[in-house]
Design a protein around this ligand. Structure first.
Ligand SMILES: [Cu+2]
Length: 482
């Protein structure tokens, strides 16, 4: 049915078109073909001029309307040291190409109007004009050279890598579908090695834990950077192409799997300073939540952002991260608070290669824990509560030989016993509950004795120490009872 209607309509339209054609043919014959042709030309060329005006006005109005986005004016001002250079390139390029664009468009349409076919008019013939050709070759060549050279200069400045002598922070962003894995160096200021073969559930970017530089690296949920310091971002991707885009800082770099890229920039406005800048614009003085007139104003909740600028799949839009620029002192405080990924997620687990080692940070923390437990045991009211757990004493498997890392905890104990000159203690040994109870009991006794031997070797009088094996009855770490 639909097909029939469409077919009939087409036939009808064809008939109408033919009829109109016939009518105009007759009219032309009546009025004279030439006159009609001239009227058509006049009309068409007038349309050309109207089109030009509308088209150019449209270009200029949209250019003015979007100038802030395109050229970084007003609330889109750059927030990085090199941003102004790039914005200026856009401005200068648009200035020259804009002049040429308007000039050529005006001439194109004006000539179409002026030189329309007229009765008796005849085209001028000239083979060439050397002077004209020289002008339209040399002038654009000079302008283009200027633009390209200044562009190259800006490119080389912006893309220059850092030398080792420079003071900078290096961070890393790994794009994946759909998010960013951010990595910061810890107090050592250096990112550790990584290898994609090491990627696992507990090691999202494949950090090599054998490399000590990795142990203090942390993975924050947002980018926080100090104002005024150079930042080098290592950019990479795990699956498809992504793009590391910080619009306010004029930073944009592809994140390519297997091909590390980087970008160096210096933020020169803090988030707070940028908010104050936005405060001057009426469009930022509206409630952030349009449905809630009581909500904070747009400038108050403004944040810089990291976006992915490569259409990388269905969840592409969700690759947004907040970027916070703060004063250097605030950055340092923030950096100190960030937990190392290794110590928070890997330490003591199956893939920790450092079980036979105690790190400096841990020595301090364990000592603090020991001191707190000692205080509790010394001030406890009942004998049952006067128990000081020694959490970090380990033995070689199935043996009473102290593992070398036990020495830190034991030295804490030596120090405590020396400070409490008259204190008598019972050292309780324990085992886990694998194996038979009789041999576990024996082992626990030997383990307690190992501790006592260590203490006497450090100058604690044997008369102050008593040892007891608890076997596997309380399968917890070694106990020391007052
Ligand atoms: Cu992406």
């Amino acid at each position: 049915m639909t097909f029939l209607i469409v077919a009939l309509s087409l036939i009808l339209i064809t008939i109408i078109a033919i009829q109109i054609g016939k009518v105009s043919e007759l009219a032309a014959k009546i009025r004279g073909e030439e006159e009609m042709q001239e009227a058509t030309n006049r009309r068409q060329s007038a349309y050309m001029v109207i089109f030009m005006v509308v088209f150019l006005l449209g270009c200029i109005i949209s250019g003015v309307y979007y100038k802030n986005y395109m050229l970084g004016f007003g609330p889109h001002e750059s927030a990085s040291a090199h941003g102004g250079t790039l914005d200026n390139l856009f401005k200068v390029t648009l200035f020259f190409t804009g002049i040429v664009f308007i000039l050529t468009q005006v001439l194109l349409f004006y000539f179409a109007y002026k030189y329309r076919a007229k009765k008796g008019s005849k085209a001028t013939y000239f083979a060439h004009d050397t002077r004209l050709e020289l002008i339209w070759t040399i002038v654009p060549a000079l302008v283009m050279t200027g633009l390209v050279v200044s562009g190259l200069d800006a490119w080389n400045t912006v893309m220059a890598d850092l030398t080792d002598e420079e003071d900078y922070i290096e961070i890393e962003a790994t794009g994946f579908q759909f998010g960013w894995n951010l990595r910061y160096p810890g107090p050592d200021g250096q990112l550790g090695e990584k290898n994609f073969r090491l990627i696992s559930g507990s090691n999202p970017i494949g950090q090599n834990w054998q490399d000590l530089k990795n142990l203090d690296d942390f993975h924050p949920g947002e980018i926080v950077l100090p104002k005024g310091k150079k930042v080098r971002v290592r950019i990479t991707a795990q699956d498809v192409l992504h793009n590391f885009y910080l619009p306010h800082f004029r930073v944009k770099m592809d994140a390519v799997p297997g091909m590390p890229t980087y970008f160096v920039f210096t933020p020169d406005k803090t988030t707070e300073e940028y908010r104050q800048l936005l405060r001057d614009y009426p469009e930022y003085n509206v409630p952030a939540d349009p449905k809630d007139p009581e909500s904070k104003l747009l400038w108050e909740v403004f944040d810089f952002e990291l976006a992915c600028a490569e259409l990388c799949g269905r969840g592409h839009y969700s690759m947004r991260r907040v970027v916070r620029i703060v004063e250097p002192s605030e950055f340092e405080a923030w950096q100190k608070e960030q937990p190392s990924y290794y110590f928070a997620n890997v330490r003591g687990k199956a893939d920790d290669p450092w079980t036979d080692r105690v790190f400096d940070a841990e020595i301090g923390a364990r000592k603090a824990e020991f001191t707190a437990n000692l205080e509790k045991a010394l001030t406890a009211a009942t004998p049952e509560e006067k128990v000081l757990p020694l959490n970090y004493i380990t033995y070689e498997t199935g043996s009473a030989k102290l593992a070398s890392i036990s020495k830190y905890e034991l030295d804490n104990l030596v120090e405590a016993l020396k400070a409490q000159g008259s204190l008598q203690v019972e050292i309780g040994g324990h085992t886990d509950n694998t194996g038979d109870s009789a041999s576990n009991l024996q082992l626990s006794q030997q383990r307690a004795q190992s501790v006592a031997d260590y203490l006497t070797s450090k100058g604690i009088a044997a008369s102050r120490l008593r040892t007891k094996g608890y076997g596997d009855t309380l399968p917890i770490d070694t106990h020391e009872t007052e």
